[in-house]
Write a protein that binds this ligand. Structure first.
Ligand SMILES: [Zn+2]
Ligand SMILES: [Zn+2]
Length: 98
């Protein structure tokens, strides 16, 4: 294992200590509703929830809408909406509804 590289917060583009990214996002960006995307498949130990905020761009794995789980014993899980068992983020007010 190499030392972890800093996370780049997708909401303010600032590098974060990986151990504190979750706190940073929860507090510094508390004004943005949470991303509700989840991942639940045979490789996850129970459902994983995205720690980022709604509408987050991806700065973590390049282009695409990658979601990031909380930091666990084996590091973070990063997934896209196309992953097996992924549920995309849903806004409380769906588009196209009057
Ligand atoms: Zn930030
Ligand atoms: Zn997400």
């Amino acid at each position: 294992m190499t030392s972890p590289s800093p996370d780049i917060c997708p909401h303010c583009d600032q590098p974060q200590d990986p151990a504190r990214t979750d706190d940073h996002i929860r507090t510094a960006h508390a004004d943005i509703p949470p991303c509700t995307a989840t991942l639940d498949n045979a490789n996850t130990d129970g459902p994983l929830a995205c720690i980022l905020r709604a509408g987050h761009p991806s700065r973590y794995r390049g282009p695409g809408n990658w979601h990031i789980s909380a930091l666990g014993p084996a590091g973070r899980t990063v997934w896209s909406n196309a992953a097996d068992g992924a549920t995309p983020h849903r806004d409380g007010t769906p588009d196209g509804q009057p």
